[in-house]
Structures are given as structure tokens and as C-alpha cells.
Design a protein around this ligand. Structure first.
Ligand code: AMP
Length: 213
């Protein structure tokens, strides 16, 4: 099954994707992560990507397509994939079926996580990631997961592109492009809008319902 999970930065896409990975053996393909990997590996596009991400801008559609295509071409077993962060605009949405078809895949579900702007700001400004286990937490909401995090606080770091200014830029850009994406996908038979303001577990349940599992 091929799923797109989309929604503004901070909507909880990463958290919900982790839920699907852990419980239903999905492979999560996050284009943000693929791009950060290019930066970390100092590839020929690394510094160009780093500049764009730091400014809250999107990477060009062509470069994004090439990086995603190269990643998909290396997958051996790829039956259940959640795409997190792609497509991000109308061009990418139109390109997506062609990219999937190249690997004999078709899109089944489109989950749109819709969240209020103020809640997004709150969530992202407190967001930290563990550099060891890669789990995401919120230092302002010290929940059960945070308190039981085994690696300890020393590994918790803020993502470079999670500053307040960048958050708002990314949010505004996202909103501009999202309306077109929603229009594009709302006639898709697998389109499901989810209220991302709900508690994580409630969202998990709703997603399970949409997946019929
Ligand atoms: P994310 O981790 O999804 O929030 O993405 C972090 C940054 O990577 C974004 O702000 C963009 O600069 C870039 N990015 C991620 N996905 C895409 C995409 N599909 N197209 C272009 N740029 C992207």
C-alpha cells in the first residue's frame, strides 16, 4: 500500500509515520530526511540543499525528483510505503504517479493532517530530536515518552531549521502550496482529512480506521 501523509510542518506527520512503521511495517520515506542525508554526506548537492533548507525554501522539483527516484531505485521490497514530505506542490503531485509507475507502484491513500497555525508554532518551537535514537520529543510537553527516553537529555538537539523565523516561513510556504494540493487530491478515492489538533492516540485510531485494520 502506498500512502501520502501530508500537512504543514509540525502537524505530526513524523509521529504518525512512526506509528505506521512500528505497527504495520510500513517504510517511511521522508524527503526532508533524504535531503538532510545529502547534507550530512557532503554530496555534490549538499551545500545547495543546506542553503535552501536554512532559508525555509523548497529544493527544486527536478533535484527533489532525482533524489527520490535514486532512493526508490535502490529499494528491493517496497510494497508498503508512506511518503512524508512528498509531494509538496502541484508540480510534484502531477509528477508522482509517473515516478511510482516506474517502480510498478500506485497511490492508495492520501492522508491530510490539518492543524491550527498557533498549535504548530507551539509544537515546533519545543521540538527536539534525539541524535542517538532519532525519536522526536517536545521539551515543553514532557510526556511519558519524554520522561522514559532511555538515551537521556544530553542527546536531545534542536533541528537547525526549527527556529521561530524558519517555522513561520515554512508554514506560510506550505499553506500557499497546500490549497492546490488539497484541490488536486480531494477527488482521489483514497483522500482522508484528519484533524491533527487531536491527541496522538486519537489520530492513530482514525488512521487505523481509514486503513481498515
Ligand atoms: P521536512 O523535514 O519535511 O520539514 O523538510 C525540511 C525541508 O526540506 C523543507 O523545508 C524543504 O526545504 C525541503 N523539502 C522537503 N521535502 C521537499 C520536497 N518534496 N520538495 C522540495 N523541498 C523539500
Amino acid at each position: 500500500m502506498i500512502i501520502i501523509l501530508f500537512g504543514p510542518p509540525g502537524a505530526g506527520k513524523g509521529t504518525q509515520a512512526q506509528f505506521l512503521v512500528n505497527n504495520f511495517k510500513f517504510l517511511q520515506v521522508s524527503t526532508g530526511d533524504l535531503l538532510r542525508l545529502e547534507i550530512d554526506n557532503n554530496t555534490e548537492y549538499g551545500s545547495q540543499i543546506s542553503n535552501l533548507i536554512d532559508k525555509g525554501k523548497l529544493v527544486s522539483d527536478e533535484l527533489m525528483n532525482n533524489i527520490l527516484d535514486a532512493y526508490l531505485s535502490k529499494l528491493v521490497e517496497n510494497k508498503n510505503i508512506i511518503f512524508d514530505g512528498y509531494p509538496r506542490n502541484l508540480y510534484q503531485a502531477k509528477n508522482f504517479p509517473k515516478l511510482l509507475a516506474k517502480y510498478n507502484l500506485t497511490l492508495n491513500k492520501v492522508f491530510f493532517l490539518n492543524v491550527d497555525r498557533e498549535l504548530i508554532r507551539k509544537r515546533i518551537s519545543g521540538r527536539v530530536i534525539c541524535s542517538k535514537c532519532k525519536k522526536i520529543f517536545n521539551k515543553d510537553i514532557k510526556d511519558h515518552e519524554y520522561n522514559n527516553h532511555k538515551c537521556g537529555e544530553d542527546f536531545l538537539v534542536k533541528r537547525k531549521d526549527d527556529s521561530d523565523e524558519t517555522i513561520l516561513k515554512r508554514y506560510d510556504l506550505y499553506i500557499k502550496d497546500t490549497s492546490q494540493l488539497i484541490d488536486f487530491y480531494k477527488s482521489h478515492k483514497g483522500f482522508c482529512e484528519i484533524d491533527g489538533n487531536m491527541e496522538i492516540t486519537q489520530i492513530n485510531e482514525q488512521i487505523k480506521g481509514f486503513l481498515n485494520v
